[in-house]
Design a binder for this molecule. Structure first.
Ligand code: PEP
Ligand code: MN
Length: 622
């Protein structure tokens, strides 16, 4: 049963509900879901559902229809995010977990850890207790292996994950690692499930070799019933009649699980396919299907690996895969962040969460809000602002550490105001994030498309959906300041004949219904945002430099500057001219270059650029 509490419940009323539940001697868990306090009650109660409904402070009481209760979407509609060390699984950033099947030696583990970290992994996984099919195969280094994992974390900053095969290993696991894995063979080892439930640490729960999704969820329920909701479900292939691969990767489990549970999902294409060449295609497909994380076996010398060599990627292959994931992720609304660890370190290094803020334009649910989450994850509090200038002022004045501002859209072009503000304010671009802009038509619940008489949206969104809107010449279009404010306006007006163009995230935030998804004319609709700050964060290898400069008003002046890039083979990825403030018909140029102009090796380039241009300023290296 689920009890949804009244937003204004008194302390006395809440105490009384808890007293009744304690007397019932049933399991009850309180959570916050979609901004409301919800209590999940498991087991038969003498008090009837009707009686609970009548209790003071209870807004809603209903039964959970599925066999799995606490892990069900019915209990919790918000996605659960599981934090392991610095990594958050289930948020906008894809988490790459990598490492060898088994920890074989300190040298082996450290070599692989350094490699996978270099290519974007944020968690390291290696087995210390190996559940092998044959008793004569390598069984793992046991406690020695755990010590090595702890040392890997110490030296690389990667969080470490390993398999627990017996209840007796619980204390050692707590001592040495950040998360435990329940292997496929132990998915229904109920004592072990209860044990990791009590341990409270994050658990990667693998799907059994021949288990149904329902059985798998019931195993997760065992863990959660003990009070541990830090569970990540891992699909690692199931046994079918098909012998060409070691198992059959059930990617349809991803959308099925999304509907049934709030728990995050990790895909293990290594054990699923058992064949090196098959791992990357399935990993790419997993991200496209909506996986939150990938777990990949990587070995620098797979021919001599003590287990699972044939399915282990070479480090360079893992690097190539990470680059592919970087490109695929935004298509499905996610990001791969190569600077994940460094960023977390720096962000966690200063002040309380309240003082870590990123200003964005619009309201919650705006694409800029999504961009902020994609870049920083949940470690930073996004702060809505009314104008772009407000963002620049907030960052310069110090009331926000960071700002996230759109620079250009793949369909509607540059956002010139921000180029001008970059020119005016002495702030740094410290990073960039590109998100896909996928518009939805959003209205009140139970409204059908035929009811709509007017559609609200900001001018860029309306123009990006022109073909769609042209199909309905009788529908009036009304401009709003942003997509999120369009959704809010429709919500607050209560107008059932109005709809808004906005993100699915805005629909969720405002509790509205999506009438149609992907209504933009061109699906290749991406917006690139710059992240601005007073100072650079992290120490990521710089791949790009943004500069502004002007040139004298003489023939060939811009050509002279371009020639410098050409001579030094520096790729120019963006060039934009903007009028100079207060100097009619004189222009500043804004350029993005694929090089680190701050690097000492490129000092001659800078010297030449200074010679050929005026007012040269580096806006950011990132
Ligand atoms: C492993 O992760 O190395 C392993 C043994 O996996 P599974 O339990 O999925 O077979
Ligand atoms: Mn393995």
């Amino acid at each position: 049963m689920i009890l949804v509490l009244d937003d204004k419940i008194t302390k006395e009323a809440k105490d009384k509900i808890n007293r009744v539940l304690s007397e019932e001697k049933c399991i009850h868990r309180e959570i916050t879901d979609a901004g409301r306090t919800v209590i999940g009650v498991i087991g038969k109660t003498r008090t009837s559902l009707e009686a609970f409904k009548q209790m003071e402070g209870v807004a809603e009481a209903r039964l959970i229809k599925t066999a799995h209760k606490l892990v069900s979407r019915e209990f919790k509609s918000d996605n659960t995010q599981v934090k392991i060390n610095q990594a958050v699984i289930g948020a906008d950033r894809i988490v790459l977990v990598a490492g060898p099947c088994a920890v074989e030696s300190l040298d082996q583990a450290m070599t692989i850890a350094r490699e996978v970290k270099k290519y974007g992994a944020v968690l390291f996984r290696g087995g210390a207790y190996k559940p092998r099919s044959s008793p004569y195969s390598f069984q793992g280094l046991e406690e020695e292996g755990l010590k090595i994992l702890a040392q890997v974390r110490e030296e690389t900053g990667l969080g470490v994950v390993t398999e627990i095969t017996s209840v007796s290993q619980a204390d050692l696991m707590m001592k040495y690692v950040d998360a435990v894995q329940i292997g496929a063979r132990n998915m229904q080892n109920f004592e072990l499930l209860k044990c990791v439930g009590r341990m409270g640490m994050p658990v990667v729960l693998k799907r059994g070799l021949a288990s149904t999704i329902q059985e798998w969820l019931m195993s997760a329920e065992y863990i959660m019933a003990e009070g541990n909701d830090h569970i990540i479900l891992c699909e690692r292939g199931i046994r079918t009649f098909e012998p060409y691969t070691r198992n059959t990767l059930d990617l349809s489990a991803i959308p099925v699980l999304r509907q049934l549970t709030h728990l995050p999902i990790i895909i293990d294409p290594s054990h699923a396919t058992g064949i090196r060449e098959k791992v990357s295609p399935m990993a790419r497909a997993a991200v496209a299907a909506g996986a939150d994380a990938l777990m990949i076996e990587v070995h620098h010398d797979p021919d001599n690996a003590l287990s699972d060599g044939p399915q282990s990627l070479y480090p360079e292959q893992f690097g190539q895969l990470a680059r592919d994931i970087y490109v695929i992720a935004p298509v499905v609304g996610k990001q791969l962040d190569f600077d994940y660890l460094k960023k977390s370190e720096v962000i966690n290094g200063f002040g309380a969460k309240e003082s870590k803020t990123a200003a964005f334009i619009g309201e919650y649910g705006a694409y800029s809000h999504k961009a902020s989450l994609g870049y920083f994850g949940d470690e930073i509090t996004p702060v809505p602002m009314k104008t772009f200038r407000d963002i620049f002022n907030a960052v310069r004045g110090g009331s926000c550490q960071y700002g996230v501002v759109p620079l250009e859209n793949s369909l509607s072009g540059s956002i010139h105001e921000n180029y001008d503000l970059l020119q005016e304010y002495d702030l740094k671009i410290i990073g960039e994030v590109t998100i896909r802009v996928k518009h939805a038509l959003i209205a009140h619940e139970n409204v059908s498309k035929g009811d709509i008489r007017k559609i609200l949206g900001p001018p860029p969104a309306l123009s990006q959906c022109r073909n769609y809107l042209d199909q309905y010449p009788d529908i009036e279009t009304v401009t709003a300041t942003s997509t999120s404010s369009a959704v809010r306006q429709v919500k607050e007006s209560g107008d059932r004949q109005a709809a808004a163009i906005g993100s699915t995230m805005a629909a969720e935030i405002f509790g509205m219904t999506i009438l149609e998804e992907s209504i933009e004319d061109n699906p290749r609709n991406y917006t690139r945002f710059a992240v601005i700050a007073k100072e650079k964060i992290g120490h990521k290898k710089v791949g790009k430099t943004s500069i502004i400069f002007s040139t004298g008003n003489k023939p060939g002046a811009l050509f002279e500057v371009m020639k410098v890039f050409s001579e030094y083979e520096i790729n120019l990825v963006k060039l934009e001219s903007r009028p100079m403030l207060g100097k009619p018909w004189e222009y500043m140029f804004y350029a993005d270059l694929e090089a680190d102009l701050g690097h000492p090796d490129l000092a001659p380039v800078m010297d030449r650029l200074k010679e050929k241009s005026e007012n040269l300023r580096i806006l950011g290296r990132y």
